[in-house]
Write a protein that binds this ligand. Structure first.
Ligand SMILES: Nc1nc2c(ncn2[C@@H]2O[C@H](COP(=O)(O)OP(=O)(O)OP(=O)(O)O)[C@@H](O)[C@H]2O)c(=O)[nH]1
Ligand SMILES: [Mg+2]
Length: 437
């Protein structure tokens, strides 16, 4: 077994020729689902291309029900066999997670590599992982995907009965493989936990500063990184590719009026995000958990944006983000008609509309963020003696100073203080007259 998270799809000058296979079950046929289905095809295509494959053919198979042995019907299988041979295809990508048995049977019949949706997404993550934490997280998800598949092989071998080269040595090898994988999994979990502890320390330090923390979340490719770059004048990688961001980044946003907050960007979500990945990326997603406000970035130019919002909400639920204030930010308004904006505005009344690209609507967005966070602040006037210089500098670091006056032995400050910071100031509340202040 290889030690590192590896990509299954080779990219080079020669992209692997692939065939995409999507099954549409009769019972799900209806107008709405069909409209979504076209987008589903497009998404699978984007995933395949993002993984580095060349899409040679796309087959949509309408079926009464799934075939437990081959996933598709035997008739369709024969047809695909013909296409694979004729077009020299070396990879078949399936839009769902299929069972280990189906995968093996298909592989035997078609004699090409079979990759399901989960493996495909894991593959993209493996290619994108740059940081140490990202690499460990992806490897963990890959091994968790692999483990039950090895188990499947075990069943197959036992069914073959005794005989040289099958049960005895085969199973022993399998047992060793399984043990190696399990050991590696617990090793990875430990390492990821350790990194998680370091993160926690950094986060605590940030929390002590009491600056509002805002997290960008949303479907992959919706423009989170572009928005972070535009708002904070940063240079996080933003590309027209699925899952271009895997690691979390935190940047300070400072408005012209001196208002400050911390903005974080993180991995994007997708419909049917593999559960192995969600489990592995829990510590990365802590950033989201600890934030005061979520900005759910939505690509308004994607016809499926409503189901994207649903997917994002369901992932947030899965990672146990308690209900926390969230604002929907419709992005890429430069790519849509004013009718589409009106329609969305009508349905999502509290949403904000921006173009990260064209820098439109950003002031409204910042005002909205301030409004949402302001709930956590109170405006007070405090009188702190100079002898408490440590506290004075904490006030400057943590609060927005609206007004100040230096007196003989103390300083008078009118500030916006976070309610969490307020207890430290309660002894210094100024109750005197403010007339000549
Ligand atoms: N037309 C237009 N394109 C945009 C806008 N914002 C982002 N994009 C493009 O959308 C693509 C994806 O942008 P990213 O910022 O990488 O998206 P992301 O949400 O960070 O994506 P992941 O990290 O993959 O989850 C890039 O090609 C951007 O240039 C916008 O307001 N208008
Ligand atoms: Mg990104």
């Amino acid at each position: 077994m290889s030690e590192k998270a590896k990509s299954n799809i080779e990219i080079g000058e020669q992209r692997e020729k692939s065939l995409l296979l999507l099954v549409r079950l009769k019972k799900y046929f209806n107008k709405i689902k069909d409209a979504n289905f076209d987008e589903n095809i497009q998404e699978l295509k984007n995933l395949a291309v993002s993984a580095g494959a060349y899409v040679e053919d796309i087959i949509v198979h309408n079926q009464e029900e799934l075939n437990p042995k081959y996933y598709i019907s035997v008739g369709k299988l024969e047809e695909i066999k013909g296409i694979v041979a004729q077009k020299d295809i070396s990879l078949v990508i399936i839009d769902e997670e299929i069972s280990p048995t189906q995968q093996r049977n298909l592989q035997e019949k078609l004699n090409v590599k079979i990759i399901d949706r989960t493996a495909l997404i894991l593959d993209i993550f493996a290619q994108r992982a740059h940081s140490r934490e990202g690499k460990l997280q992806v490897e963990l998800a890959q091994l968790n995907y692999l483990l039950p598949r090895l188990r499947g092989k075990g069943i197959e071998l036992s069914r073959l009965g005794g005989g040289i080269g099958t049960r005895g040595p085969g199973e022993t090898k399998l047992e060793t493989d399984r043990r190696t994988i399990r050991n590696r999994i617990s090793q990875l979990e430990k390492k990821i936990n350790q990194i998680g502890i370091q993160r926690e320390t950094q986060r605590k330090r940030r929390e002590e500063t009491n600056i509002g923390q805002v997290a960008l979340v949303g479907y992959t490719n919706s423009g989170k990184s572009t928005l972070l770059n535009t708002l904070t004048d940063s240079n996080v990688e933003a590309r027209n590719m699925l899952f271009s961001t895997l690691d979390s980044t935190v940047r300070k946003l400072k408005t012209e009026q001196g208002y400050e907050l911390l903005l974080s960007d993180t991995v994007g979500f997708i419909e049917r995000l593999p559960h192995q990945l969600i489990a592995s990326f829990k510590s990365t997603l802590e950033e989201v958990k600890k934030s005061d406000l979520l900005l759910i970035v939505v690509d308004l130019s994607n016809p499926n944006y409503e189901s994207h919002i649903e997917s994002v909400r369901s992932v947030l639920k899965e990672i146990e983000i308690q209900p926390k204030p969230a604002v929907i930010v419709f992005n890429k308004i430069d790519k849509v008609t004013s009718d589409s904006i009106l329609k969305a505005r009508f349905k999502y009344r509290d949403a904000v509309f921006v173009s990260a690209f064209k820098k439109e609507g950003l002031d409204t967005l910042i005002d909205k963020i301030k409004d949402e966070l302001q709930g956590n602040y109170i405006t007070i006037t405090v009188k702190i003696p100079y002898s408490e210089n440590k506290l004075i500098s904490q006030v400057y670091d943590n609060c927005q100073v609206l007004k100040k006056k230096y007196l003989e032995d103390s300083v008078l400050l009118t500030i916006n203080a976070d309610i969490n910071f307020y207890p430290r100031l309660s002894n210094y509340i100024y109750r005197g007259a403010l007339s000549n202040y």
